[in-house]
Design a protein around this ligand. Structure first.
Ligand SMILES: NC(=O)c1ccc[n+]([C@@H]2O[C@H](COP(=O)([O-])OP(=O)(O)OC[C@H]3O[C@@H](n4cnc5c(N)ncnc54)[C@H](O)[C@@H]3O)[C@@H](O)[C@H]2O)c1
Length: 395
């Protein structure tokens, strides 16, 4: 087999970029200044302070909010917005705000997003969409009832190899994905002594955060997004195994779960297999996938040194993938984390509102990435029992 490197320019020349990217507006790049700006409210100054709302030509950051003063300051600093609210519940009373990005902790997402949508505002939510099947239903109902846009901010969806895979599936050059492996490893969660699962309060006492003992399969979207986000197929059955965590977080937590690592094998509605890992307690880091077809395979590069390889039927091994930054407005073409995905998420949500269309990761796609993990977690608690995943799509 030959190894033929391909340059970024060669690859881009042969790619239908707008289609590959996952919506992002009809032309991909906003050529003309938009007719108006969406007035956004941003909630949550941790992860939420790493997006590009102030740089999107179709967006104006109208207000920011966090319960914690230092987190609120992060938002003011990043987005240059001086209008602040002490809580989401106050921000959503502001009638001049059209849409809200919710970057609160995972257990709050459905409550917060439902409150946003019930005020008639469009809503972007950090992952996961929800933590129970009932919450998934509630979210879908709130979106439909209020006739607003909802998008989930799944970063794996806009990693460049995922965009490449979407393009190849769409134009037929990959064929059917017969087997996919995806993984999300994050060893700092709930394991290390000074981890993200607890933080000191004003008096310096350690308080548990929502990440304390958080069940790995309730955070599945960075893995499921690599398949659902490429083919839009649905995960219909699962058997999942889990191993317990060794720290206190996994002996006593709000989720009654001992699990720190989980590995699920799903069957898809196209009859294919999907191996999906989420682990907090292994020496590995990051989000990664491998997609296998009958005569094509794409293996993402990874933290442990795995190289990017697109192996084609004619024996070529393409070892450099393209980036897709040219799909974005110029100011937004830089990487703020998670494989360059943040500006794409920002721009797609804004474009969907301006063009009055559903965003790429709409509420059904969000739930199709989230609910399978909820069922997988139940399977793991039952020793790997094979369980069916309910379908939430419209009839
Ligand atoms: N790659 C990814 O997609 C990715 C990466 C990191 C985090 N996340 C997600 O983003 C979200 C935020 O992550 P994080 O690490 O910043 O979490 P975090 O728990 O550190 O921060 C959440 C923030 O929300 C604020 N908040 C909670 N309730 C609020 C309210 N009612 N009004 C205003 N502010 C409120 C909190 O004060 C806190 O600052 C999480 O849901 C997480 O799952 C996703």
């Amino acid at each position: 087999m030959s190894t033929e490197p391909i340059t970024r320019r060669d690859f881009i020349a042969s790619v239908g970029l707008a289609a590959a990217a996952g919506a992002l507006g009809s032309a991909g790049v906003a050529q003309e200044p938009p007719a108006r700006k969406v007035r956004m409210g941003i909630v949550g100054g941790g992860f939420g302070a790493g997006f590009h709302w102030h740089e999107d030509p179709g967006c104006e950051v109208a207000a920011v909010s966090d319960l914690l003063p230092d987190r609120l300051q992060n938002l003011v600093n990043r987005y240059g917005c001086q209008k602040t609210y002490g809580a989401l519940e106050e921000l959503i009373q502001d009638d001049t705000i059209e849409a809200v990005a919710v970057f609160s902790g995972a257990p709050d997402h459905v409550r917060h997003c439902t409150a946003v949508m019930n005020r008639g505002k469009h809503c972007l939510s950090a992952v996961p969409a929800g933590l129970t099947l009932e919450e998934c239903e509630e979210l879908i109902d709130a979106k439909a009832r209020n006739n607003v846009k909802y998008m989930m901010a799944e970063t794996s969806y806009y990693r460049f190899p995922t965009i490449t895979m979407r393009r190849m599936v769409e134009d037929g050059s990959f064929g059917e994905i017969l087997y996919c492996e995806a993984e999300y490893y994050h060893p700092e969660i709930g394991t290390a002594a000074n981890d993200l699962s607890r933080w000191p309060d004003k008096e310096g006492n350690w308080q548990r955060t929502w990440r304390w003992g958080f069940p790995p399969m309730l955070y599945p979207t960075h893995s499921t997004g690599f398949l659902v986000g490429v083919t839009r197929e649905r995960l219909v059955e699962v058997s999942c195994l889990g191993t317990p965590g060794q720290t206190e977080a996994f002996q006593d937590n709000a989720y009654n779960s001992p699990l720190a690592n989980a590995s699920a094998l799903f069957k898809t509605n196209r009859g294919n297999m999907f191996r999906c890992n989420v682990m907090w307690d292994v020496w590995a880091h990051g989000e990664r996938a491998q997609w296998f077809g009958e005569s094509t395979a794409l293996l993402m590069d990874g933290w442990a040194g795995q190289p990017y390889t697109l192996r084609t039927a004619d024996g070529k091994a393409i070892q450099q993938g393209p980036d897709y930054f040219q799909l974005l407005p110029e100011k937004m073409r830089y990487d703020t984390g998670h494989g360059g995905s943040h500006p794409f998420i920002t721009h797609e949500f804004i474009q969907a509102i301006l063009e009055d269309r559903e965003p790429a990761i709409n509420v059904y796609e969000a739930v199709a990435m989230t609910a399978p993990g909820i069922v997988a977690h139940n399977s793991a608690l039952r020793g790997g029992e094979q369980l069916k995943v309910p379908n939430f799509d419209p009839a």
